[in-house]
Write a protein that binds this ligand. Structure first.
Ligand code: ADP
Ligand code: MG
Length: 643
């Protein structure tokens, strides 16, 4: 164990076995060790984790780390354990015995570092246990997720400042690679962190050659091939917006003899892993990918990052180009740009704004509840209310902040498993009444292709046992590795704290909140385009966006190399009156009658899928997405007049 007289330098060498701090690390570690809350903004790979790992060892209590990704947690815990530091992660996939052991160790003060996903806080029991722990430091990794003005807002992160107060944690450390000045001040305000305690390391990298190549949509493919064939040679990532584009572009490149593969979130996990592994090992591969490709890509020699489509935001752009040239050798970051992708980007935003009608629906369910509880089955509520999953989560967080509901716990409605041993082998391990009980469990496990699905209610009824006993048995089999258990269909349980809320006024207020967010998000897209068209050094503009001032121009971006002025060509669209609204909407009208709202019709024409449109199989109708090149607002006005 560390004693307080040992310095952080000593710990760095003895425990972590590093010779020196990387830029910024010492400053953050010293701030935290002297009792301050702080923010560390370093680029990916610059060593943010050490900023909490080291001071954690000098704290009397435990350090609680909130991290958005299971795989990131796993890596960090393994790293810490390899340095003999008592660290663990708590996730819902753990067998219950192990879960309890970790909590027990945390309560007894035997753990220095505990990592959790933010969802853990939804569990009322976990919150009770937290109160019994001595927590010295709260760490939020990927902290930009907390800001609604950031590019990767996660609704549950909004509640972290409340938890910090609720659990009396005196110090907070926020870690992120990308935060604009606005996001930084937002984060500082939410956690009462002084601006002086924001530690930033340089963002600008002189080995990145930033290029914007204005190009018409029809000429993009040939320009892409030309850029790929050009210098510098080596591995390349081509970023696109849509999954189908990733596949089309990969196919086009293959036909021209390039070694290209597509990668997106719609593909199977194993396939994705294969492609990633090949790319990581290769010297020349090309991956055409959506932004799903990135996290955990720590390849040193990526020579080109090409944006085939416009990036979604400045933060996204900077992260994507940030994957190039970790080896400090020159790389090309080239954007093939025009204005025809703008409507598509905007539509991502519009698609995430729930209609007032959907918000009202959710509020009404709470209002009408006969019990003091509100149970949320996310997928079915999403369908019923026609609100996508992410904004539905946001809505629930807003309702918590309005003090209408509060989360209690999550349970699973269904359990499935794969056999590792046979049912008979498992049954034969037991005797007497137990054997009978285990027999009943497997009797109601309905086998499908690979998974067997358990009818828990039938087991409860026939055995006369409680639900908990059945679950304990299943978890035991899982721990013994006789089966591979998977809980399904999460049900989130909330208590209704204020059933007397005014439903109309609340619906208005929340609708307005979402509309404000929508406007900000759309404005951000336009601000990004303005920046790309500005006759100013791109590296300078980009750095300024993240609050860093470059004294001189980079002398190597497309603006500095005298390619200006960059004007992104617009796609000439035929006048809307060339389209027949009634005919385009007819098949949808037949399904959605009696009331097809202007909002739903607009989403349909703009190709924005919603849970309800998915139910109508709207994607198969010829009118779906027919007008996706036009701006949402323009279509909305046009349709409103026609309906
Ligand atoms: P980030 O979270 O900023 O992307 P990480 O914390 O994951 O970066 O660190 C990236 C890598 O740098 C890790 O492999 C880590 O072990 C290593 N590292 C961190 N600090 C140091 C240091 N002072 N000296 C050498 N290597 C370090
Ligand atoms: Mg990190």
């Amino acid at each position: 164990m560390i004693n307080s007289t040992q310095t952080i330098d000593h710990t760095l060498k003895k425990t972590f076995e590093f010779n020196a701090f990387k830029p910024g690390q010492r400053q953050v570690a010293e701030l935290v060790s002297s009792g301050k809350s702080a923010v560390a903004i370093f680029p990916t790979g610059a060593g943010k984790s050490l900023c909490y790992q080291l001071p954690a060892l000098h704290e009397p209590g435990m350090t609680l780390v909130i991290s958005p990704l299971l795989s990131l947690m796993k890596d960090q815990v393994e790293f810490l354990q390899s340095k003999n530091i008592a660290a663990a992660k708590l996730d819902s996939g753990l067998p219950s015995r192990q879960y309890r052991q970790i909590l027990e160790a945390a309560r007894l003060g035997d753990l220095k570092i505990l990592m959790i996903a933010v969802e853990r806080f939804k569990n009322e029991r976990f919150r009770t246990q937290l109160r019994q722990m001595n927590i010295s430091l709260l760490v939020v990794d990927e902290a930009h997720c907390i800001s609604e003005w950031g590019h990767n807002f996660r609704p549950d992160y909004l509640k972290i400042p409340h938890f910090q107060k609720e659990f009396n944690i005196n110090k907070t450390l926020l870690l992120t690679a990308t935060a604009t000045s606005k996001v930084i001040s937002d984060m500082c305000e939410k956690f009462s962190i002084s601006q002086e305690h924001v530690v930033k390391t340089g963002f600008y990298r002189k080995n990145l050659f930033l290029r914007i190549r204005p190009v018409l949509e029809k000429d993009k493919d040939s320009l892409l091939r030309q850029v790929l064939a050009g210098k510098p040679a080596g591995p390349a990532i081509v970023y696109v917006t849509l999954q189908k584009t990733a596949e089309n572009v990969a196919r086009m490149l293959q036909q021209h003899g390039f070694d290209a593969e597509a990668y997106h979130a719609g593909m199977k996990n194993e396939q994705r892993e294969d492609i990633q592994n090949r790319f990581m090992a290769g010297k020349n591969g090309i991956v055409t990918a959506t932004i799903a490709f990135g996290m955990g890509i720590d390849k040193q020699d990526i020579r080109k990052v090409i944006h085939y489509d416009l990036p979604k935001s400045m933060e996204g752009y900077s992260q994507e180009i940030g994957r190039a040239g970790r080896d400090q050798e020159p790389c090309l970051c080239c954007m093939l740009a025009n204005r025809s992708g703008i409507a598509l980007l905007e539509n991502f935003v519009y698609g995430d704004t729930p209609a007032r009608r959907g918000i009202y629906h959710v509020l009404n369910l709470i209002k009408q509840s006969q019990q003091p509880f509100f149970e949320v089955r996310a997928h079915s509520l999403s369908k019923e209310s026609d609100i996508r999953l992410l904004p539905l989560k946001t809505l629930l967080v807003y309702l918590e902040m309005e003090k209408i509901i509060s989360p209690q716990y999550t349970y699973f409605e269904k359990y499935s498993f794969q056999y590792i041993k046979t049912a008979q082998e498992i049954i034969n391990t037991f005797q007497g009444k137990r054997k009978q009980f285990v027999h009943t469990i497997f009797k109601y496990a309905k086998p499908a292709k690979t998974w067997s699905h358990l009818n828990i209610d039938a087991v409860i009824e026939e055995s006369g046992s409680q639900r908990q006993r059945v679950l304990t048995a299943l978890e035991y089999f899982n721990e013994k590795r006789w089966i591979h258990l998977q809980p399904k269909l999460a049900v989130e349980v909330f208590t209704i704290d204020n059933p007397g809320f005014n439903i109309g006024a609340t619906a208005d207020k929340l609708t307005k909140l979402f509309k404000n967010k929508e406007k900000k998000d759309v404005d951000r897209i336009h601000a990004m385009l303005e920046m790309f068209e500005k006759p100013q050094c791109l590296a300078k503009s980009l750095s300024a966006f993240f609050g860093e001032n470059l004294d001189t121009d980079c002398a190597r971006c497309s603006v500095c190399l005298q390619h200006p002025p960059i004007i992104l060509p617009a796609h000439e669209l035929p006048p809307l009156e060339n389209h027949d609204a009634a005919a385009l909407l007819q098949p949808l009208k037949e399904k959605a009658l009696p009331d097809l709202s202007a909002d739903l019709a607009t989403r349909f024409l703009c190709g924005i899928n919603t849970p309800r449109l998915a139910q109508y199989k709207a994607k198969e109708m010829p009118g779906f997405g027919k007008l996706e090149q036009y701006s949402f607002k323009v279509i909305e006005q046009w349709v409103t007049a026609k309906l």
